[in-house]
Design a protein around this ligand. Structure first.
Ligand SMILES: [Zn+2]
Length: 431
């Protein structure tokens, strides 16, 4: 087993002192190399020598996604000759942002993802099957590859989709872990059942689940996870990451939130008005990257609403743990007096066996109010099913969105737009 870094088992004060030392070095680096932050410090008359503690950090301005989009090149701290790899963000909201990674950044990325495998209890010599895209300027696939190598693990890069090729690979190579979007596991089970593959006895015992939540806020398995494990009882590990952070928060075997790696990132949590939230409550995650050379970020607002948990974990780590993403700040829906986030809608639909696939559209109605339309693909698009879905929405979420049946194929076309690296489930047309 790969050992837990000492810092992740240290007391809070030790971790804080470590981060404050890193923060001072980081600010000096920005002052010397980042056109964006040089301007920002001048404009706000910030003397970085006065920023010494994590408390001081909270006096500095935030960096937003719009800053990154509009002044992308100003964030870059190295010239083209030092770039080892280029990636872009997935661009789910607005233009994708370009990041250049240096050789050291790739090492950092490898270290970061080796910690994910470490959290999952993986060991050197084991093999991981990657079902993520390795190309298309995607960071994650590369990160999982580099991290596995750093951890002494072997990798087989199958790429996304094609259940047949996934099972063929599992049969030939016997990987212990698969990295995938969790709903894809259901597709794999479906294929296995249709083709007489004894999937329950396959070599795969663990899945690193990306892109979709698998837990409720109390860490119990959500509908999607229950559906997967009802069929195929493998250990599911949630991970939360983004290209901008270049950092992942992955669960350990106790499944109580993604572990924070304090060497890599400083976390803060703020409310709707950008004030720090009370200790332990859910808020928008704000991050400051540590050890990044190419495009480091100071107080970057992720837009993700998450809840931090501070009690030490049974695995021995004392670092904070992040609960599942409750929603994206800009995707909050105000619906007839109820506030909700799309993941709650996804969870409800994932829980219904009759629902083959779906997409959700949010738009403004003629009065400027939020309006939700759920397009459902089902083998049996009957009136009874429609009523059942409506009842479920009313009972669980106290909302009654417009529900329409669309063919399963059509929804697949909508969900996988050309040039997209990920499937899209939510379309937000609001102004
Ligand atoms: Zn743990």
């Amino acid at each position: 087993m790969i050992p837990i870094p000492t810092l992740e088992q240290a007391d809070r004060k030790t971790i804080q002192r470590f981060q404050e030392e890193k923060l001072r070095q980081f600010l000096a680096y920005l002052q010397a190399h980042s056109a964006f932050y040089q301007k920002l410090f001048t404009a706000h008359r910030i003397d970085i020598r006065t920023v010494k503690t994590l408390e001081d950090l909270a006096r500095l301005p935030f960096t937003t996604k719009e800053d990154l989009q509009h002044k992308n090149m100003e964030f870059r701290c190295v010239d083209a000759a030092q770039a080892a790899d280029y990636v872009t963000t997935s661009g789910t909201s607005g233009d994708p942002v370009l990041l250049a990674l240096t050789d050291k950044d790739l090492d950092r990325l490898a270290y970061n993802e080796s910690l994910s495998y470490q959290c999952m209890g993986m060991a050197a010599g084991e093999t991981v099957q990657l079902t993520t895209t390795m190309d298309r300027r995607f960071m994650a696939g590369l990160a999982y590859f580099l991290g596995a190598r750093k951890a002494g693990m072997g990798v087989v890069r199958v790429g996304s989709g094609v259940p047949e090729l996934q099972w063929d690979t599992i049969a030939r190579i016997n990987p212990q872990v698969i990295v995938c979007v969790p709903s894809f596991l259901l597709k794999m089970v479906e294929f296995a059942e249709a083709n007489g593959i004894d999937y329950r006895r396959s070599s795969v015992k663990k899945a690193l689940c990306i892109g979709e939540p698998i837990r409720n806020p109390d860490f119990s398995p959500n509908a999607l996870a229950s559906r997967i494990q009802g069929k195929w009882d493998i250990a599911l590990f949630s991970t939360y990451a983004s290209t901008e952070m270049g950092t992942a928060f992955t669960e350990c075997v106790h499944g109580v939130g993604g572990h924070h790696h304090p060497e890599l990132i400083i976390t803060e949590f703020v409310d709707e008005d950008d004030n720090p939230i009370p200790y332990g409550e859910a808020g928008e995650l704000v991050v400051t990257t540590l050890g990044v050379e190419g495009m480091p970020l100071l107080r970057f607002k992720t837009g993700d609403i998450v809840q931090p948990h501070y009690e030490p974990c049974a695995c021995g780590r004392t670092t904070l743990r992040l609960g599942p993403v409750i929603g994206r700040k800009n995707q909050m829906v105000k619906y007839k007096g109820t506030t909700l986030y799309p993941p709650a809608l996804f969870d409800l639909l994932n829980d219904m066996e009759e629902v083959e696939n779906y997409v959700i559209e949010i738009a403004n109605d003629e009065f400027g109010e939020d309006e939700i339309t759920v397009k459902v693909g089902a083998k049996d698009g009957s009136e009874e099913l429609l009523l059942k879905i409506k009842d479920r929405f009313r009972a669980k979420l106290r909302v009654s969105p417009r529900i329409i049946f669309v063919s399963i194929q059509e929804i697949n076309c909508i969900r996988f737009p050309e040039n997209s690296r990920k499937s899209v489930t939510l379309f937000d047309h609001r102004k």
